[in-house]
Each structure stands twice: as structure tokens, then as C-alpha cells.
Design a protein around this ligand. Structure first.
Ligand SMILES: Cc1ncc(COP(=O)(O)O)c(C=O)c1O
Length: 357
């Protein structure tokens, strides 16, 4: 393999993977049908629960985050079931589109990208026959954080499931799966866990298990019943090396302390917003109160030029806008292992790039 020149990854995933995790990845492979492996899987799944703040079952899937999004829908939604999808960005569109792909009767409640969701408008659409509501807590495409608990207040005491994507915020933001009433909570590895891409996480409530037991949708690899029955083994071959890496990431999270880690993300996000505003830039979210704590989305008509210059002249990678905001915004990730020094370096390079423009 050709050697790659490292770049400072300031994207909202994948993000910087620390040395300790890279080292764990290179440990010898053990077999996945052994007591040693069982011990690792049981340990990792158990240690994910406090990060999701849940007593529900937690599973590790060997896919990128989208695999767990698909698992959530495929296991609970029967063709024709009504699903209310809250859509305000690229990833909430994806969750809705998966529901459509599995034959759901989808009611899409749409909001402008970067705006605050209107809970009253959503509430009107949730009826007794609504099987599930889908929401993305941290919309990575817009840098907006959505108030999942307000939707949980509507669905909690009903049969409606709350399916929530926390892929770009879990282990960085304060995700309260049980308190918010989230039935299927979906995470991913290459964001705040500072892991390589390739693992997805899903927690499953009792209410969700009831729906899963009655589910008739066709599925195979992501059949969650198989994962439940087989635990603490996995139905198929596990990504052993990524599990080693997950164990190391969990060690690092526990050493730092989850609450300290959340505070670090909140502080870094505030620092990033303050510094970009000092440079005269405008944030993409319509209000600062709804801004994400793991990434900052910034408006600029020359976003692509800014990104190119950061990459070519400073070896710093930031993300661009997606879909209709491509070329209009850029996004700085400050998740996982990214600290103040990486942010300072990025802001100072950004200042020089803006001066050049
Ligand atoms: C909020 C959100 N949901 C879903 C995904 C999709 O995850 P993956 O690319 O790991 O499949 C991403 C990835 O950027 C994301 O940020």
C-alpha cells in the first residue's frame, strides 16, 4: 500500500484517530467463536450503555452508521405502516428514504435546512396509527441539534416508536436515550468515538422488541433477533480489530469521564463559533442555541475555494455543503479526539485563507 500523506482531519467524521486506537487495531486476530472474544463483545456492548444513557439492549453492527439506520427500520416497520419522518437535512432525508424503501407509508414533515424544527407541526402528524417517528438528533449536514426529548414527550406513553440517529453526536453530546424515550438509538464509530469507520451501534427498548417480534419485513444480515439470540457472540464473523479499537476508545472515554468529555465538546463548539464570528463569518444554523456541539456549519459563497486552500496550503480538511447547500457552506468538525490546539490551528489557517480571498 502506498504511503499516505497525513492531513489534519477537521471533518465531521471520519475524524482524527488517536495513536492508542491505531495501536489496538494492530493486535493479533483471535477467533470470534472463543471465550476470549465473547468476553470482549460482552464488555464493549455493556460499556456502550452508559454512553447512550440507557438500560436497553445495545448491539454492535459491522457496518457504517447507515447499516444501523437500515436495521432500525427493517426490523420494526411492516409494509404500509405509517412513519412520520422529521426532515431537515441530508441524513434525516436518508432515514426517511430507508423507511420508503421498506414499504412504509411515510409522512415527511419538512423544515428548511438550518432552521429549528416546529414541534407543534410534527405533533399534528403523529396519530394513533403512527408506527414510528424518525429524527436525527445532530444533523451533520446543517450543524443543527434537534430537541429529541420534545418528540419523546409525544411518543413515550403511546405505541409509537421513536427512532433516533445520534451518529455524529454519541460520546460527544449529552444523549439521554431512556430519559428522552428513544426506542431505537443509532450510533456510529467514526465520529465522537474517534474510531475508524466500520462499526454501528443500536440500542433497542422493550417497546421496540415487541414491534420487532411482530415484524414481517424481509431482512437477513441486519435481523436484530439474530443478534439478540446469539449474544455474546455475533451471528456472523465480527470485525475483530475494530472491536479492539472500540475497547480502547471506551477506555479513553472512561478515563476522561463522559461528562468531562461532553463538556469539552460543548466548550470547543462555543470556542469555534466565537472564533469564526470574530472572523466576520456567519453560522448556518438560524439560531446559535440550536447549533451542534460536535461540528460548526458556516455560510460562505466561496466555501469550495476556502476548502481547497485549507487543504492545499495547510493540509487541513474541512467538509463542504451537501445537496443544495453545496458551495454555500463549509463544516468544521470538532468531535472525538479533536482538541483546542487543532481548532486553533484551523481557525488561524482560515483567517489567512480569508485574507487571501
Ligand atoms: C447524522 C448522520 N447520520 C448518518 C450518517 C451516515 O453514517 P455512515 O456514513 O457511517 O453510514 C452520518 C454520516 O456522516 C451522519 O452524520
Amino acid at each position: 500500500m502506498k504511503e499516505l500523506k497525513p492531513k489534519l482531519l477537521m471533518t465531521p467524521g471520519p475524524t482524527i484517530v488517536p495513536e492508542r486506537i491505531l495501536k489496538a487495531l494492530s493486535m493479533p486476530i483471535i477467533h470470534h467463536r472463543t471465550p476470549e472474544f465473547t468476553e470482549i463483545l460482552r464488555d464493549a456492548a455493556g460499556r456502550l450503555k452508559p454512553i447512550f444513557k440507557t438500560d436497553n439492549d445495545a448491539f454492535i453492527l459491522y457496518s457504517s452508521g447507515t447499516g444501523a439506520m437500515e436495521a432500525a427500520i427493517a426490523n420494526t416497520i411492516n409494509p404500509g405502516d405509517k412513519v412520520v419522518s422529521i426532515v431537515s437535512g441530508k441524513f434525516s432525508e436518508r432515514l426517511r428514504d430507508i423507511a420508503i424503501a421498506y414499504g412504509a407509508n411515510v409522512e415527511s414533515v419538512e423544515f428548511n435546512w438550518g432552521s429549528e424544527i416546529d414541534v407543534e407541526k410534527i405533533k399534528e402528524k403523529i396519530t394513533e396509527d403512527t408506527k414510528a417517528v424518525t429524527i436525527v438528533q445532530n444533523e451533520t449536514s446543517t450543524g443543527v441539534r434537534n430537541p429529541v426529548w420534545k418528540i419523546g414527550e409525544i411518543t413515550k406513553e403511546t405505541d409509537t416508536l421513536l427512532i433516533t440517529d445520534v451518529i455524529s453526536s454519541i460520546a460527544g453530546d449529552n444523549i439521554q436515550t431512556d430519559k428522552w424515550g428513544v426506542d431505537l438509538c443509532i450510533g456510529g464509530s467514526q465520529k465522537c468515538f474517534a474510531l475508524p469507520p466500520g462499526l454501528a451501534f443500536i440500542t433497542v427498548s422493550e417497546k421496540a422488541w415487541n414491534a420487532i417480534e411482530k415484524n414481517e419485513n424481509r431482512k437477513f444480515y441486519f435481523d436484530l433477533m439474530k443478534y439478540k439470540k446469539k449474544f455474546p457472540q455475533t451471528p456472523f464473523t465480527s470485525s475483530i480489530s475494530l472491536l479492539y479499537a472500540l475497547e480502547e476508545s471506551l477506555d479513553m472515554i472512561e478515563e476522561e469521564g463522559l461528562e468531562n468529555r461532553i463538556k469539552r465538546h460543548v466548550d470547543n463548539a462555543e470556542f469555534c463559533r466565537t472564533e469564526v464570528k470574530k472572523l466576520g463569518l456567519e453560522l448556518f444554523p438560524e439560531k446559535e442555541e440550536i447549533a451542534s456541539v460536535t461540528l460548526t456549519a458556516i455560510k460562505h459563497e466561496k466555501s469550495e475555494e476556502i476548502r481547497t486552500k485549507l487543504k492545499e496550503n495547510y493540509d487541513i480538511l474541512v467538509a463542504g455543503g451537501q445537496s443544495h447547500v453545496k458551495g454555500k457552506i463549509f463544516r468544521i468538525g470538532h468531535m472525538g479526539f479533536v482538541g483546542r490546539s487543532e481548532l486553533e490551528k484551523t481557525i488561524s489557517a482560515l483567517e489567512e485563507v480569508l485574507g487571501d480571498l
